[in-house]
Design a binder for this molecule. Structure first.
Ligand code: FES
Length: 375
């Protein structure tokens, strides 16, 4: 049922900075272990053999715990490697082991031909590595690299964050996970209602998908939303949109979120932190009323946890319009030139357009400005 309770301190498990440490010992902490308890005890020391996987081309790296499949570890690390079903049926996660040892830890129905086996190909969703390894695999770098998917998910939680903003937490079936890039959106369908919403969570957890819902939406939407309860089915159709992190650049990142535009910005920041991107990240969240900074505490905790993440809530001006000029002036005083930055803007169309124009006027190159203009 709905929980009509303000929960500004809500912190998803995966955002907590200790997450990596908690997952690093699955043999002792079976809550996070994907291998059944009896099986993991039989495997004994093998569970603690972590490996470092290097993905070619590109050379990105991530660690694999003994109990994890290569795919699980890659997703946890925030990489967008190609996959489909995640349960050994489709063959879309085939990768070639260039060096190192791989071992099957999950059954799969997809048949790996003898030719592929001789080439060292494995299914990333069914195999782990023993020790360090190098693999050849493809990774999505743009929105066009990820197919559109339709998934019937269940409501895990619908709870009020603050004011009229609610958290809608959907969970997909284990065998149907949503591939998306941080910053993208999805269409939600339930009870003859169709909503397009930005995804607020990180693709590093492709089963738990979160949305921030403004209950000030039209009355018929609000009624349908309020009638939802835990366990109800919601169809997810997505991902849609081309708002995502630019790949490869090491530029400082400036995020400008306006009201509910915070949701896709949070997804971007969470993903960047998960990927351990080292450049500075500056988040300015403009709110037009006092309840709009509905995750203020969480952003402050992230700023405390990550040296390269800086957060500053901002209020609307007396005219009701957010003014980004003081933000750019503040960055300039810190020695940050917009000409060297990537800018990510998300929020209502009129604010997003103003912010983009201001960033251009302040010297940011057009190709480094990404805008998610919401209705
Ligand atoms: S993702 Fe389908 S077989 Fe691995």
């Amino acid at each position: 049922m709905l929980t009509n309770q303000v929960n500004e301190n809500y912190i998803p498990f995966r955002a907590r900075p200790l997450r990596r440490r908690e997952r690093a010992c699955p043999g002792q902490n079976h809550k996070y272990c994907t291998i059944p308890r009896f099986e993991s005890s039989l495997l004994g020391l093998q569970l603690h053999m972590a490996g470092l996987v290097t993905v070619q081309p590109g050379g990105k790296r991530f660690s694999v715990d003994g109990s994890e499949t290569v795919l699980e570890a890659a997703l946890r690390a925030g990489l967008a490697l190609d996959y489909g079903c995640s349960n050994g049926n489709c063959g879309l996660c085939l990768a070639q082991v260039l060096s190192g040892d791989a071992e099957r830890v999950k059954p799969h129905d997809f048949v790996i031909s003898d030719t592929r086996r001789e080439q060292g190909q494995i299914l990333m969703c069914a195999y782990t590595v023993r020790g360090d390894a190098e693999i050849l695999a493809t990774e999505a770098t743009g929105a066009g690299d990820i197919p559109r998917q339709e998934i019937d998910a269940r409501i895990k939680k619908l709870t009020r964050l603050a004011g009229d903003t609610w958290l809608l937490h959907l969970q997909t079936p284990r065998t149907r996970r949503l591939r998306f890039l941080a910053g993208q959106s999805a269409l939600l369908s339930f009870a003859d209602t169709h909503l397009s919403l930005p995804i607020a969570s990180c693709p590093c957890d492709d089963r738990n998908i979160e949305f921030h819902v403004q209950m000030t939406t039209p009355a018929h939407w609000r009624e349908s939303l309020m009638a939802l309860k835990t366990g109800d089915s919601v169809r997810i159709d997505g991902p849609v949109g081309d708002f995502h992190l630019q790949d490869g650049a090491q530029r400082p990142r400036v995020f400008l979120a306006f009201d509910g535009g915070f949701a896709p910005i949070k997804s971007l920041v969470e993903h960047a932190m998960q990927l351990e991107h080292q450049q500075p990240h500056y988040l300015y969240w403009f709110a037009v009323d006092k309840d709009s900074h509905y995750m203020n505490n969480q952003m402050r905790s992230w700023a405390d946890a990550f040296d390269n993440f800086h957060y500053a809530p901002r209020s609307a001006t007396a005219s009701g319009k957010p003014d980004v000029a003081p933000v750019f002036a503040e960055l300039a005083r810190q020695g940050i030139s917009l000409a060297t930055c990537e800018i990510y803007v998300a929020g209502p169309r009129k604010y997003a357009a103003c912010a983009r124009d201001a960033a251009l006027a302040a010297g940011c190159e057009d190709r480094y400005i990404s805008v998610n203009a919401l209705p």
